[in-house]
Design a protein around this ligand. Structure first.
Ligand code: NDP
Ligand SMILES: N[C@@H](CC=O)C(=O)O
Ligand code: NA
Length: 360
């Protein structure tokens, strides 16, 4: 089947979605499905006759939006196989993956919500893939480590019979950027915590709401996904210890804007962690680990020796170490930018290519 007979719906055109659309536009036509549906939170673009659409035509507002069940019907009735790319962090869209897949619609996404939500949703997604008569597939490489090959590597380790014993490292581009800027190992850190948080948001590293990074939930979601792929039945990101960096007084902030406005009042809290580490000749970093053998996951701040790979990270780099039986004492290590529109979209586009190649 030529790629033009495959149909594409893109839900979410923010930082990642915009970069994805530009990468899509530069794919060769043999790998580029026909874009027939595009949406933001309150805008949709599509035609009832499945004509190609373009992002520049996305209306400023739409009166009647297709619901998720209506979108499922629209895509499953297309005159060729359909692929949905979910570039939102929306839970309702994530909850619909089993329905999309059961209707033969493949799903590609950087959204962590489906794979780190309830175990039931996880089971429903992969049961739907296994039982789909229409070869529907799900790929979510960018849900951990943005475009870095983290999910595919872990899947390959498991599929080829290696035993993963421990996964550890730095799993958040935002947290990496914050601590590498605020408390670099060479002691040159400049700027207040709240200013650096604002820079991370501006650079497109944070979740749509930066509180989802600072409360540790983004890292907890990623570790839930990795732990499940490694074989643990983790109930969810709130089923293990996660250290939040949200000041107590801001836990009740009504909006992300209010939170960002008031954050400078609490800069001294983070200065405290930085000073404590400096007194011990160390630096503070936000790390996570999955001890597969012991069935334990944990996420939080650690005082790290200077000169270690974690202490020496730069920018928004992630560092993910897989300890396995085959690799022995020297882990398989993946390092590189773990956040940002372009590098995240790269993982989404690469997943889309895999789906197209398998469906053609
Ligand atoms: N940014 C990064 O570095 C990384 C992001 N990710 C994941 O990628 C996803 C997107 O992140 P990012 O692009 O940064 O976020 P943005 O906030 O920039 O974009 C989110 C987009 O989703 C749209 N949206 C929200 N809800 C809906 C809905 N119900 N229907 C249709 N569209 C909706 C928003 O619409 P509107 O424009 O109207 O607000 C917006 O266009 C998230 O799941 C994030 O966790 C993963 C790895 C790295
Ligand atoms: N907010 C996340 C984006 C990627 O998952 C991060 O900072 O790592
Ligand atoms: Na990845």
């Amino acid at each position: 089947m030529p790629a033009s007979k495959l149909y594409l719906a893109v839900v979410g055109v923010g930082g990642v979605g915009t970069a994805f659309l530009s990468q899509l536009a530069s794919l060769p036509s043999s790998l580029r499905p026909t874009l027939i549906f595009l949406s933001r939170s309150s805008k949709q673009l599509y035609t009832s006759s499945y004509d190609p659409v373009s992002a520049s035509d996305l209306p400023s507002s739409s009166s009647k939006l297709l619901s998720l069940p209506e979108l499922t019907t629209y895509l499953s009735s297309a005159p060729g196989k359909a692929i949905l790319v979910d570039n939102t962090s929306n839970q309702d869209v994530a909850n619909s993956y089993p329905s999309f897949l059961r209707q033969g619609i493949s799903v590609v996404t950087p959204n962590k919500k489906a794979f780190s939500g309830s175990l039931q949703l996880w089971t429903d997604i992969f049961d739907a893939v296994d039982s789909s008569d229409c070869q529907a597939m799900v790929y979510h490489e960018s849900s951990v480590g943005a475009g870095l090959p983290v999910i595919s590597t872990l899947k390959d380790l498991v599929a080829t019979g290696d035993q993963v014993t421990r996964i550890e490292g730095v799993f958040s581009g935002t947290m990496s950027f914050l601590f590498n800027s605020f408390a670099p190992a060479d002691g040159t850190g400049k700027g207040k915590w709240s200013q650096i948080v604002a820079q991370a948001k501006e650079a497109g590293y944070t979740e749509p709401d930066p509180r989802d990074d600072l409360n540790g939930m983004d890292v907890a979601r990623k570790l839930t996904i990795l732990a499940r792929l490694a074989g643990l039945k983790v109930q969810g990101p709130d089923s293990f210890p996660v250290q939040s960096l949200i000041p107590k007084e801001l836990e009740t902030a009504k909006s992300s804007d209010e939170f960002m406005q008031r954050l400078p009042e609490f800069d001294s809290e983070m200065e405290g962690y930085k000073d404590e580490a400096a007194k011990a000749g160390k630096v503070v970093r936000y790390v996570g680990s999955v001890d597969v053998a012991a069935g334990k996951v944990k996420v939080g701040l650690e005082m790290v020796e200077k000169g270690t790979p974690i202490a020496s990270l730069r920018g928004s780099d992630n560092l993910i170490c897989f300890y396995t039986k085959r690799y022995g004492a020297n882990p398989l290590v993946i390092q590189g930018a773990g956040a940002g529109g372009e590098v995240t979209a790269m993982g989404v586009t690469a997943d889309l290519i895999k789906v197209v190649e398998r469906l053609r």
